[in-house]
Design a protein around this ligand. Sequence first.
Ligand code: HXC
Length: 531
Amino acid sequence: MEKETTKKAKAPRPAAPSIQKMRAAVEKAMAGGGPVRVEAQKSRGKFTARERIHYLLDEGSFQELDLLVSTRATDFGLKDKDIPGDGVITGFGQVNGREVCVYAQDFTVLGGSLGRAHARKICKIMDLAHENRVPVIGLLDSGGARIQEGVDSLDGYAEIFYRNVRSSGVIPQISVILGPCAGGAVYSPALTDFVFMVEGISQMFVTGPDVVKSATGEEVTFDGLGGSEAHSSKSGVCHFVAKSEPDCFRQVRELLSYLPQNRWEKPPRVANPDPVRRQVPLLEKMCDLDPRRPYRMHHIIWQIADEHKFYEVQAAYAKNIVTGFCRMGGEVVGVVANNPAHLAGALDINASDKAARFIRMLNAFNIPVLTLVDVPGYWPGVQQEHGGIIRHGAKILYAYTEATIPKVTVILRKAYGGAYIAMSSKHMRGDFNFALPCAEIAVMGPAGAIEILYSRELAACKTDDDKAKLRTTLACEYAAKFASPYQTASTGSIDEVIEPSLMRYKVVRALRFLKDKRVPGTQENRGNIPL
Ligand code: HXC
């Protein structure tokens, strides 16, 4: 008979004391500001800093650093406070399989305020991103400089700003505002390439409503002063608005898909089934349109882009110019386009700033620019002149001329005066300049031109009727000569007047030809200064 053997289940071996100590420390640090503050954060409809990182990054890819760092400050009661991780979580992970560095401020720990150790953690992660040439993403939820740490906090911000500027145009820098960000907490985002906000959650201000009231007497709510609506449509600080935090992180991931890891790389090519030779019949219809009739430029962009996808940047700000990303033939392209649906597509101060900064960002990150032109000129007015339209308008001239990326321009309809020159014209070193047959390229529109050229003849008319008739005749003569692309094509300033329905194919071919464009002797360091 076989002997019955009963194996006793082995009790798990207790972890070594050193491991237990480590686990306890980690657990304590991971708890953030504790259950009460975490609950308060959630009751405001906000995620915790750890949840945010989880949503942003590829599943399981986050590697945390400096979890056990804490402040050495002792003044104003800090000695007796627990400050896990010093109120910020830092590390690296992946988005769509590509490495990124990330930091997330934890509002449950002293309001995410920035002290010395907190700043050093952020700086360490920014240095890692810079040296390893990967994007850095900041998730900000902070009351600004930690008041108890005095000038150490201010110096901490200075160190961050220094790194923002050093990395500008070197690696993509993205700021996601996820709470009330005050004081110093708003200037680092302003130095980065893109700012995201979430409706109802994000606020940015240098001084809050109370200070505003005592200084100026103005009464304003937190949202009215610095909410997503204010910064996306009025101040232009914010580039993207999301409806919720998950929507926001989805958008950040989408934005990253259009960007290279650093200035030495190109954005990733993504093949798609949209045929490069797909015709665009809508553009033929456009040539039948009354030249004074407005239309949304988005309809044109959607038609020519791969799979009709366009990811707009600063959609609610300076709507007279449209900026954003799409793919054409699988390659990423930045689009800058006048939008006749707003201010007739004219360039004004805000449109100039918006376009110039976008073009400079494209140039920094090797993304070709497609410029779609339908512009009657610069927007006139005392407010514009005194507001500095000369200075601001000059930024577009500078940005396009300085840019060495591939530049393809299509004139769809109007291209008048200085605005014609500004919108990546041939002599501003556009690489390929096309025009539709309905393009009108001239110093100014017929109505304005004949008043100047024929003022004496018009004044000599005996009746208003005569004047009107003469105006019509002269306007027709002027339009026959200038309201077309042919005079410009005859000088070579337009490379080709194209069949409208072939526009997508023409643009893709041009971009493919320009793929390895190099301009010798151009500046290496191309920072993306806030304009
Ligand atoms: C230290 C801070 C803090 C700060 C908030 N807290 N801001 N601690 N320094 N700057 C702490 C609070 O004491 C509180 O601690 C916890 O964070 C949550 O703050 P609450 O006020 O309870 O939250 P809420 O009502 O939501 O208001 C959030 C807030 C408000 C709007 C951000 O806290 C606020 O106005 N803070 C000050 C903002 C500010 O003026 N910052 C500028 C700093 S100067 P407990 O222990 O109660 O949980 C600056 C200059 C830099 O940044 C300039 C560089 C160019």
